[in-house]
Design a protein around this ligand. Structure first.
Ligand code: NIG
Ligand code: FE
Length: 425
């Protein structure tokens, strides 16, 4: 039987429970000192102060632990739940460094898109890639995420747009999910942009997705979620409502790229449809904040995107004060946000968006898990949850922000197994 004892962590730091943490609840994290976690078959069996855990294992000291239980030494290290990056676009072909420089010289993201660049340029590149290449690049990106403590990641299609290339992206993710330690949750994002071949018939493209692509994706079980980029130059609120309603009837869970560049009340639409999350929300209105606060929909903020686009951050502090449940994710993609940096994201959330560190931890763990409908399995360190644990270089979780924008992840345990350990220099 697969067993593991994580012994003598200087701290175990975790939110508690399986549901979305809203408003003030986001500050409630438990900090246990000198504590251990015992896992079997990938699941946490019990955790608590060292002596209690030893006792439950029938031992008075570490030396008496049965030989068939491997031990990881947690001395001098704080332990947290594995991080959940609940919004990424990590499977793509090509890069857009030229466009990044154009943006620096003042051209807007939507203007680049209007000229046929932006998402369409990554679509062109992704269509020319084979599934093997997409998977190989994806694997390297996952390795980098793992080294930053990410144990569950969401990945979107949306750089193929036609059936064949969307399938190719999603199949690459499926393969990676079967072979890489990080769990990958897949999202169909055909409604990312209107492809060139439907340039003069956006309504036709919406019909094509609903009638042709989505049923196939569902049939082949290639995606659990369906997402829409609800934005000017992409899909308006009615197209988004109609597509997501159909997706819901087909059995997809829902997400929306909402109120990123213009406010279209995508946040309120997410609440209305019972979406798992509304994401971006830089331009969110009072009305959408209220709608999200009254719903079970996670409000996912993506500070690295605002940072890379040089835009104001989503009003996370205000949303929390209004009672929303916030998740933090990277939005890693080759256009608006070519960074998957968890440390940068945490620094921006706390130093620039006014979130407290406990709120940021909640946002990156249990609320991220809820944004992926996995709050009952991951996102906290508690008996019965999956054994997904991150150990830091330091004894105190506050180093996560104090050691600003620095990756201080030392060890990662996924499903009760050691999957990453920092190389000692
Ligand atoms: O979440 N906003 C739309 N989609 C992505 C960007 C995709 C791209 O620029 O390639 C985002 O920011
Ligand atoms: Fe995105």
């Amino acid at each position: 039987m697969n067993k593991l004892l994580l012994y003598n962590c200087s701290q175990i730091v975790t939110p508690k429970g399986s549901h979305i943490k809203k408003g003030k609840e986001m500050d409630e994290i438990e900090v246990l000192q000198n504590a251990s976690i015992y896992m079997e078959q990938g699941t946490i069996v019990f955790l608590g102060p060292n002596e209690e855990v030893l006792q439950r294992l029938g031992a008075d000291s570490l030396a008496q632990i049965p030989g068939d239980i491997p031990v990881i030494d947690g001395a001098g290290r704080a332990a947290l739940p594995g991080f959940v990056d609940s919004h990424t676009h990590f499977i793509f072909g090509g890069y857009r460094e030229v466009e990044f420089m154009e943006r620096l010289s003042g051209v807007s993201y939507l203007d680049i898109m209007r000229k046929g660049g932006g998402i369409q340029s990554t679509v062109n590149a992704t269509r020319s890639y084979g599934e093997d290449q997409l998977a190989a690049d994806g694997r390297n990106r996952l390795n980098d995420m793992l080294s930053q403590g990410v144990t569950t990641v969401e990945g979107k299609s949306g750089y193929g747009l036609d059936l064949e290339c969307e399938q190719k992206q999603l199949r690459a993710m499926k393969r990676l999910n079967e072979t890489h330690p990080i769990e990958i949750v897949s999202t169909y994002l055909g409604a990312h942009a209107v492809p060139l071949e439907y340039k003069d018939d956006p309504a036709g493209y919406v019909r094509y997705m609903a009638d042709v692509v989505m049923p196939r994706i569902k049939e082949e079980n290639l995606a659990e979620f369906c997402d829409v980029f609800c934005e000017e130059e992409a899909f308006d609120i009615e197209q988004s409502r109609s597509l997501l309603t159909k997706a819901k009837h087909m059995g997809f869970e829902l997400k929306i790229h909402a109120d990123e560049i213009y406010n279209l009340e995508g946040g309120a639409l997410a609440a209305e449809l019972g979406a798992a999350s509304a994401d971006h929300l830089l331009m969110i209105s009072e009305q959408s904040i209220q709608a999200l606060a009254e719903s079970e929909t996670v409000a996912t903020v993506l500070p690295c995107t605002a940072f890379c686009l040089n835009k104001p951050f989503a009003p996370a502090k205000k949303m929390i004060e209004s009672g929303c449940g916030i998740a933090l994710a990277t939005d890693f993609n080759p256009g608006s946000c070519f960074t998957n940096s968890i440390p940068l994201m945490l620094s921006l959330a706390v130093l620039k968006m006014g979130m407290t560190l406990p709120q940021a931890i909640t946002a990156l763990t249990i609320n991220g898990a809820c944004a992926l409908k996995r709050g009952d399995k991951i996102g906290t360190l508690e008996a019965g949850k999956q054994g997904d644990v991150v150990l830091l270089d330091y004894p105190d979780y506050r180093f996560l922000i104090y050691h600003t924008a620095k990756n201080i992840v030392h060890t990662v345990i996924k499903n009760g197994q050691l999957v990453y350990k920092k190389e000692e220099s």
